[in-house]
Structure formats: C-alpha cells, structure tokens
Design a protein around this ligand. Structure first.
Ligand code: LMR
Length: 334
C-alpha cells in the first residue's frame, strides 16, 4: 500500500514537473492607447512574433487602452515587476528622474521622421536608452507615433489663439514650458482621462498625433484641430531589467529578434496610420481641420523657440546641441 502511494506520488510529481516545464514565460505588455494605433498594432506584432519565434515558450498578454494600468501606475508596475513590458511616450520619463527623454518634446526640433530617426537610430538614442538602467529598466527600442496637432474649441491659427486656454499635456516639463510660452495653462493628465476632460470642459484643448486624437474620439469633443506639427510624440519600449536579464539566453535572443522586427514594422506604419486617422477625422465632419500657411507655421516656430533655451538647464545643453548636430537644426536660421 505504502509502495503504491509512493509510486502514485512519484507519477504525480512527474506530471507537475512536466507541466512546469511547459508553463510559458508570460510577458504582460501594458499600454494606454487603442489597438488600432501605431503602438497598439506594433504591440500585437511583437506578441505574434515573440510567440512564434520562441515556439510558445513565451506568451505575451497585451493590455491596451489603460485596461491594466494608467500612465503613472504602469511605470511603477514595471519597476515592481507586475508587468514586464511597456511603451510609454518619451514625454513620460521625466517623473522617473530621466529628464533627457524630454528633449524629444522640444517644439519643432525635428523636421519630420527622417530627422528624428537620425537620433533614435544613432548613438544619442542608444545613450539615452542606457540612462534607464540605474532605474531597473532596460530600453529595448524606439517606436514612432507622429507629429502633434493642437486642438481646442476655437480656431488655432496663431500662437495667441491658445492664450488663456487650459491645455492637457503629458507629464513633461518641456511641454509645460511650451504651453506657458503660448500663455496657455498646462494641465498634466493621464491619457485615459483626456476625452472626458475635453467633453466636460475640465480642459479646453490638447495636442496629439492624429492616430490618438481619432481613436480616442477627441475630435468629437473639439471643434478645431490645427495641423501645426509642432512636436513629436513617440515611444521607448522598455522592460524590467531583472526580468530581461534573467531570461534563458536562447529565449532572449528570439525576443530580441521579435523586437527588432516589430520596431521596423512600427516605424513603417506610423506615418500612414496617422494619415489615415487624419482622413477619418476630416471625413467625420465633427471638427474643423485647419492647415496653417507657411507664414503661420513660422510664427508658431518663432514663438516656441525660446523653450529650447529655457529647458537647457533641465535636459542638458550638450544633449540639445548633439541633436541639433545630428539633424542640422539651426535656431539662428528661423
Ligand atoms: C498621451 O498621453 O497623450 C500619449 O502619451 C498617449 C500615447 O501613449 O500615445
């Protein structure tokens, strides 16, 4: 009887051991935007490739639209190991103590995606990701979204048009200064709360690439959108460093491959996704889309340039200069 029990026990232990060996490594990937956006689609692509390349040894659970965590909580959750992967906007790393990322928020510092990629794919981008390591975070990649439009409930043709308006911003001191430069009143708010805040008049306006504006239906509660393209919004894909370093090396290699391919995918679709979203915003007829003339755009550039100087002490004059150098931006030529 005793021997039978022992044998049964051994069989049971064997089954448990097999089950444990087959248990996949779970990566919870949390983000705050809709699935139908550049980031949402890229996260799904990463899931597909990661699961395929690791032959199921890794399971990626994507939580879109702030369903698991909102902006601030998700950073904490990553550091605590409650989630393994995020792709926060570059404007959201300041509160973590990594101010350098706010350089991406400087108004008009990039004249399009090509300029931006010179930085994100070059040594400056690499150096910036390495700044995350002392925080227990590993930076894996930069994913694009796009260039921002201002929106409000009145026409925005000149910098003065935003004067006195309460404008929702992400948690970046550069964006705060940008709004102050326009004599607007910046209000930091989690992305998940923006639609309601616009709808109820808690804030008057905001700024976002069109993919975010459209998928959050912000255009339905803003009468005016102005194609100012005054700043960039993109992401750093990050993971918990301890988790990443602790992965079996063959698994990590496959995940790196999946990440590299999802990054190529993300950066290939971002422009088109934003163009499609803008077309859909226009087609909705729910908001007036204004294309500023070159002279009007120049007026915004001139009005916002002082933000670069004012933010030097926060994000580093040297870093700003190295970006000017990579992109050829010359403030004296405005
Ligand atoms: C925002 O808060 O406006 C954006 O960072 C949202 C996002 O992740 O694109």
């Amino acid at each position: 009887m005793k021997i039978r029990a022992l044998l049964l026990g051994l069989v049971a232990a064997g089954i448990t051991a097999t089950a444990a060996a087959a248990d996949p490594i779970v990566i919870k990937f949390s983000h705050v935007v809709a699935t139908d956006t550049p980031k949402g689609k890229a996260a799904e692509k990463f899931k597909e490739l990661a699961e395929k390349y690791t032959k199921g040894a890794v399971k990626v659970e994507v939580y879109a639209n702030s369903t698991l965590y909102k902006d601030k909580e998700e950073m904490e959750a990553l550091q605590l190991g409650a989630v393994q992967m995020l792709a926060p906007s570059l404007a959201k790393f300041g509160p973590l103590g990594v101010r350098e990322f706010e350089v991406f928020d400087l108004p008009y510092i990039f004249d399009g995606y090509d300029d931006l990629h010179k930085v994100t794919t070059g040594p400056v981008g690499k150096m910036m990701l390495s700044k995350l390591e002392p925080k227990g975070i590993k930076g894996l990649a930069f994913w694009d979204n796009g260039f921002k439009s201002f929106s409000a409930n009145s026409p925005i043709k000149a910098p003065e048009d935003l004067k006195g308006k309460k404008m929702r911003i992400q948690s970046s001191k550069v964006l705060e200064e940008q709004m102050r430069e326009l004599k607007a009143l910046p209000q930091v708010m989690a992305f998940s709360e923006v639609y309601q805040a616009l709808q109820t008049g808690v804030v008057d306006g905001t700024e976002n690439p069109h993919s975010n504006l459209y998928t959050q239906k912000m255009h339905e509660v803003q009468s005016n959108v102005s194609l100012t393209e005054h700043g960039y919004l993109g992401y750093a894909v990050i993971t918990n460093k301890k988790f990443w370093d602790g992965l079996p090396s063959d698994v990590r290699t496959e995940l790196e491959k999946a990440m590299a391919e999802s990054t190529t995918f993300a950066n290939a679709i971002a422009r088109e996704e934003n163009e499609k979203a803008l077309a859909a915003v226009r087609a909705s007829g729910k908001t007036e889309v204004y294309q500023p003339t070159p002279a009007e755009k120049l007026a915004f550039k001139k009005a916002l340039l002082p933000v670069h100087k004012k933010m030097e002490s926060r994000i580093g004059a040297e870093l700003i200069q190295s970006i000017y150098k990579e992109t050829g931006f010359d403030p004296s030529k405005l």
